[in-house]
Design a protein around this ligand. Sequence first.
Ligand code: SF4
Length: 334
Amino acid sequence: MEEKRKVVALLSGGLDSQLAVKMMQKQGFEVSAVAIKTPFCDFDCGRGCGFEIRERADTLGVNLKTVYLGDEYIEMLKNPKHGFGSGMNPCIDCRAMMFQAAKKHMEEIGADFIISGEVLGQRPMSQHGPALKTIEKESGLEGKIVRPLSAALLPPTDPEKNGLIKRENLGMIKGRSRRVQLQMAREYEIENPPNAGGGCLLTDPAFAIRAKDLFKHTETPTTNDIDLLKIGRHFRFDQNVKLIVGRNKDENEVIKALALPDDILLEAQDHVGPVSLLRGKDLEKFESLAAAITLRYSDAPKDKECLVITENGKNKAKLSAKAADESSYLKYRI
Ligand code: SF4
């Protein structure tokens, strides 16, 4: 029997990339998927990273390779060549990195080309014609990326020129409406099609403000710094010092787990309230302020001195402070 031609799909867990896979399978290709995770994707947190996307890959009947872009992604984010979208999303550079990872897999398994669920005009920064071209160029994949949902509206790719795919089997979807995709989902019997959008924290305006502050004040943020951005209330005291205050029990636990030996953890001794984390240089200068803010968000009486436990590595101490009033601390809120 003749072996099926192989293609690699960038699978995001969203509906569009699943439809792209289905379209290629229908045309007789063996599809192998690559899913990319970055420190900023949040697509299925809560159920375990990658759980949802693995389920989708299983349902589609494709192999799945997950690639984690960590330090190199953070490095790119310091100064993305093609700039940011409305948040801190460097969509063009980000997509180029994702396609480079898919390219590596394509070469490893001997696939002919790469597919993705991108739809022309669906996203403002990365899915208009010139951006799609730039992404191809930057990833070294000119002519090798097929966007099956919109490909009949785009210039012919190498597989089309070589007769591997035919224009009449390619989609003409354009824009932000999901009507055609939902119709296709029914035809392909894709159950519970996921909602559009979501997943990338860099597009979230509140998160983007915190991320910009971090990148402005830290030469190379770590994944630990970035994980802290995802939780708590954030305060910047000076160039080097930040305070993160937990908003609930779960966040308090995460803050404790992310604390490093040089950080100071603070918690009211006798009252229910947040765990706070003070990070940076010369922290002693800011301990009293941090203790006062910690008490402010606790059940401690606002008009009395109360004790706050501080923990720095193995050293524990107590500090007496009074809950901060708004005028003294809101100016530090990021
Ligand atoms: S939205 Fe986020 S994950 Fe998607 S391309 Fe933009 S930066 Fe990358």
